[in-house]
Write a protein that binds this ligand. Structure first.
Ligand SMILES: Cc1cc2nc3c(=O)[nH]c(=O)nc-3n(C[C@H](O)[C@H](O)[C@H](O)COP(=O)(O)OP(=O)(O)OC[C@H]3O[C@@H](n4cnc5c(N)ncnc54)[C@H](O)[C@@H]3O)c2cc1C
Length: 400
């Protein structure tokens, strides 16, 4: 593809996660003929909320992580697999790690966050996060190794009892059929502190039914190759618990990616402070979307839901900017929350329902599928794991 032969400077989206893909789809739906380019360092969009089902084999890679090249030909954008390393906003151009220069008319940055291993010395050598396909492969292999071994395995320790820690603990516990104890360590005084109370109660039930031991008001003080030390928040007791562990999974912190390109707009490890239109005041034709953003006046959660809503608004604002119309401010609409709680089990609050169990699992899967970019194509090809007729009849009694 010759980027120099485009009729005009394209709109460029860097980062094809939830925020980037939502922006792209909304831009393409209202296209004025300007080329839209997606640049991502990876070759697959990753539907992160379904990573647990990928781990358990309830879903396959092609269902959870379609290739950008397929999405590009289906939706009509240009895809470039490159890592952006620099930006020259005066010349309105980006520079990639292979030294390609790409000019833009408007730019959207949606490069997300990565696991933050800076909390403890050497943590990056001993712990694994759960936020990308690489992490998924490591954990999948670990589960296979434990299941294929007749030897006793030390506990798996999961740091952080937010949604990722809790959902991962339940899924791994089911996959190992309680052969290994799981320790879930949380600094706060309860699991899922920011989740809806119904979902939290269902998660407590799910944990109670499995071989998962929860340490509330504890944190990991130090880690070595084979053991780690847990400490209670109450410093006065000076009470450490030494654990010989087999694996440490770190779900206790995320930070913007280390790229110099992102830190051009923020300080190291900090999110990008945006205005209500999802810009920085000094750069009118650059927009920021998703987990890398921070809105000081009314902070919104870091979630796929927020990223997608931001993406739609940014597309609208780019079109307004190009037409000389006024921009609209971002307002987050909380549609609800869904948790995966082990094989075939989930809990939902919102989307007009409060439900837990196998039906909630099916609804969660269906609801996420409909949010997959290129949904219609996926719908045709993945009908096999969609609703059974019985479930459709129960949900939509009026439907044929
Ligand atoms: C296991 C898990 C489960 C989750 N479950 C839920 C859930 O149930 N509900 C919910 O709302 N949210 C959930 N989330 C959170 C949600 O996935 C994130 O909030 C969402 O992905 C943020 O979207 P984003 O576009 O900001 O970033 P991402 O989706 O992370 O995408 C960022 C993209 O940028 C690319 N990139 C980064 N740096 C560069 C660079 N320099 N050059 C080129 N490309 C680059 C990356 O390759 C990536 O594709 C979950 C997250 C995880 C990890």
């Amino acid at each position: 593809m010759d980027l120099n032969n485009l009729k005009s400077d394209p709109i460029v989206v860097v980062g094809g996660g939830f925020g980037g893909m939502a922006t792209l789809q909304a831009l393409l739906a209202k296209s004025d003929g300007t080329s839209v380019i997606l640049i991502d360092e990876g070759n697959r969009f990753l539907f992160k909320p379904l990573l647990y089902e990928l781990l358990s084999g309830e879903l396959q890679l092609w269902e959870v992580a379609p290739q950008y090249s397929d999405l590009a030909s289906e939706l009509g954008f240009i895809f470039l697999q490159e890592r952006i390393v620099e930006i020259d906003e005066l010349a309105q151009k980006l520079i990639t790690s292979s030294e390609i220069e790409i000019k833009y008319s408007q730019l959207v940055i949606s490069t997300g966050v990565v696991t933050d291993y800076s909390y403890l010395e050497n943590l990056q050598y001993f712990a694994c996060g759960f936020s990308n396909l690489n992490d998924f492969r490591i954990i999948k292999k670990l589960i296979a190794t434990i299941n294929n071994s007749s030897e006793f395995a030390n506990p798996i320790v999961i740091a952080g009892a937010g949604p990722t820690g809790v959902e991962l603990a339940c899924k791994i516990s089911d996959l190992l059929q309680d052969r290994v104890e799981i320790f879930l360590v949380e600094k706060g005084d309860r699991i899922l502190p920011n989740c809806k109370s119904f979902n939290r109660e269902k998660a407590i039930d799910a944990i109670g039914k499995r071989k998962i031991r929860v340490y509330l008001e504890h944190y990991i003080k130090s880690v070595d190759k084979t053991f780690l030390e847990l400490s209670s928040n109450d410093n006065e007791t000076n009470n450490f618990i030494k654990i010989d562990y087999s694996t440490l999974l770190w779900t206790a912190g995320l930070k913007p990616s280390k790229s110099k390109f992102v830190h051009h707009f923020s300080n190291e490890n900090q999110k990008i402070k945006v205005n209500e239109f999802l810009q920085m005041d000094e750069y009118q034709n650059i927009f920021f979307v998703g987990d890398i953003t921070f809105y000081e006046k009314a902070p919104f959660p870091s979630s796929a839901q927020v990223a997608m809503q931001q993406g739609s608004l940014v597309a609208q604002n780019i079109i307004s900017l190009r037409k000389g119309n006024e921009l609209k401010p971002f307002k987050f609409e909380d549609l609800g929350e869904m948790l995966s709680l082990g094989i075939g089990n989930a809990s939902i609050t919102g989307y007009g329902i409060t439900l837990a169990g196998p039906l909630a699992f099916q609804i969660r899967r269906f609801a996420y599928l409909t949010r997959m970019p290129g949904f219609l194509l996926s719908f045709k090809s993945s009908g096999s794991w969609l609703f059974s007729k019985k479930i459709i009849n129960r949900l939509f009694p009026q439907s044929p």
